[in-house]
Design a protein around this ligand. Structure first.
Ligand SMILES: Cc1cc2nc3c(=O)[nH]c(=O)nc-3n(C[C@H](O)[C@H](O)[C@H](O)COP(=O)(O)OP(=O)(O)OC[C@H]3O[C@@H](n4cnc5c(N)ncnc54)[C@H](O)[C@@H]3O)c2cc1C
Length: 296
């Protein structure tokens, strides 16, 4: 990426695309391809998921490493969909969902135990190495526990996809891969390059709902820049980060199986299954996103 163009890989080589304005919204990747696809194309992804499904049908012991929202949701769904499986959720912190509203961690723990999952807190997996599978069918924790594990699902270790920005402007990329973001959701020092979603270094949750707050703010600012005679003359509106635990920053739903979950709204937290089911668990926002992109 340069200040005025990007190089894009294509099936036949590469292409340089010039821009007046750019938005970097390349999201983040997980070390475990089960969580987020690394393969290109629907067919390859489908094959990967089918293979994982077959493996889960014959496996007996699964360890889920990481007790954030993704790990908690996976542990619950495994217990619900593969009741023969022994599922152990291992978390490095002393509380599940430690970045969520305080009640959530205890509620999730109660529910997972009721669903038959084992939960180990303050005891992260140290072997196999992050992102890899156990060669000897065992997972070992920092505290010295040894667990049977036919499969380790890594729900930890996310990294923003910002290597291409670092290649041009290493000083604008933090050690954790997040991009230095100014008050108007732009890459610092670059008036025409905006940043959105998981890649910003703002003090917000890395959530789809956060990205949905960025989009209208960026669109309004690009419109203002287009309408002004010069970039400097444009009257831009600063973006107010949605701090976790405050106002809209409280918005979060953690599913616990297909029929329930925990819901946090700006005015309160609820462990009413019907609420989580109606908003998320039942169809995982698929209808909403189909509508957003004009497929419904
Ligand atoms: C299993 C799971 C469950 C989740 N559940 C929830 C939830 O319930 N609620 C919620 O709010 N959030 C949830 N999240 C988080 C949410 O998915 C992310 O915060 C959100 O997708 C971030 O949006 P984004 O546009 O920044 O990135 P993404 O949605 O990751 O989109 C980035 C896109 O850019 C592409 N890309 C990457 N690199 C390049 C490149 N160099 N050039 C071109 N394109 C590139 C990627 O392939 C991808 O298509 C979940 C995440 C996971 C993994």
């Amino acid at each position: 990426m340069s200040a005025r163009s990007v190089v894009v890989d294509t099936s036949t080589g590469s292409e340089v695309i010039a821009f007046d304005y750019a938005v970097v919204a390349t999201g983040s990747r997980y070390v475990d391809p089960l969580i987020k696809a690394e393969v290109a194309g629907e067919g390859a992804r489908r094959a990967q998921i089918v293979a994982a499904h077959q493996h889960l049908k014959t496996a007996r012991n699964v360890v889920v490493a990481g007790g954030g929202p993704v790990g908690v949701e996976i542990a619950a769904e495994l217990r619900e969909s593969f009741p023969h499986l022994s599922v152990t959720l291992m978390h490095g912190a002393g509380q599940l969902l430690e970045n969520a509203p305080t009640k959530f961690g205890d509620w999730a723990l109660d529910k997972l135990i009721a669903m038959g999952a084992n939960v180990l807190l303050d005891d992260p997996v140290v072997q196999p190495a992050i992102g890899t599978q156990p060669a000897d069918g065992k997972a070992r924790t920092r505290g010295g526990k040894v667990l049977d594990a036919d499969l380790v699902i890594w729900a930890a270790g996310t990294r923003p996809n910002t290597g291409f920005v670092a290649a041009s402007w290493p000083q604008l990329v933090q050690d954790d891969g997040l991009l230095m973001t100014d008050a108007y959701l732009r890459l610092q020092g670059h008036a025409d390059i905006f940043v959105a979603g998981d890649v910003t270094n703002l003090p917000e949750g890395r959530l789809a709902i956060t990205a949905s707050f960025h989009v209208p703010a960026i669109v309004a600012n690009i419109k203002a820049m287009l309408a002004a005679a010069t970039t400097d003359a444009a009257r831009l509106k600063p973006y107010a980060p949605r701090l976790p635990g405050k106002g809209m920053g409280k918005m979060m739903i953690v599913t616990l199986g297909r029929r329930g979950g925990l819901t946090s709204l700006p005015f309160g937290q609820f462990r009413a299954d019907f609420l989580a089911r109606k908003i998320k668990s039942e169809n995982m926002f698929v209808n909403q996103y189909r509508k957003d992109v004009g497929l419904l």
